[in-house]
Write a protein that binds this ligand. Sequence first.
Ligand code: C5P
Length: 298
Amino acid sequence: MTVTVRVPAKVNVQLSVGAARPDGFHDLANVFLAVGLHDEVTAAPADELRITCEGPGSDQVPLDGSNLAARAATALARRHGRAPAVHLHIAKDIPVAGGMAGGSADGAAALLACDALWGTGTSRDELLALCAGLGSDVPFSLVGGAALGVGRGERLTPLPVSGTFHWVFALADGGLSTPAVYGEFDRLTAGTGPTTPLASPPLLDALRTGDAHALAAAVSNDLQPAALSLRPALADTLAAGAKAGALAGLVSGSGPTTAFLTAGEAEAAEVAAALRETGTCRTVRTATGPVPGARVRH
Ligand code: C5P
């Protein structure tokens, strides 16, 4: 028997970052939207924990115990007093180290897949707690849809959304390290007073009413200057997306993927085609959101 779980990527439509905390994490107001680029994680019985990976960028995915899917299997097995004897195969379509929570997605998917394979019947609350232990973005990968994350981003409140938003994602060559981007954020903001990150009321209204123009006017990412500082060429991609007619463009999470909001499906296809022409990114994908979180595929 095997179990396959399908899990979406995310884009942050708002990422407001406060001061570094004593534990090294930053307080956030993080508005996540799950979008339709998916990884799949398949769990199969095995003598010992083994990870394999296929798909774009899979050569950059660690296959040892540091992989979030491996850590998820180990954490769930420990919780139930059993050995993490499982083969996890990851089929990647979410950009690796791209700021779209690909690693977090694999962690959430592995938890669900192992729970189903082992019949351990872990409650939703326990799964969410295990996710939070794996990483700040992992709970959202389980929940999907749209949500506000506070604390280090792991304490979630689901958000109502009307309709569907149409996105174009410009994938860059190579990844960016999330700790390095937060480090650059600290360097760039040193000397400025501490801010309290708060969710933007106009942004929450735009999600609730499904108004793409209002959402475009409200999106923000405090990590964008840090990502641009580490990867100046991203400014060319953002400029190309704006010129192509996107309603808004921003760095996705810690980057280097850039995300462009468009008015509809036809506009997304146009912006995608125009971005491809510019040669300012490795590849271009379109996707819509919100979509559901990690789910067993039947
Ligand atoms: O939680 P996660 O393991 O995904 O975080 C990766 C890194 O990103 C952390 O080690 C930290 O450097 C940074 N981070 C942060 N504040 C957050 C979330 C992540 O500084 N709220």
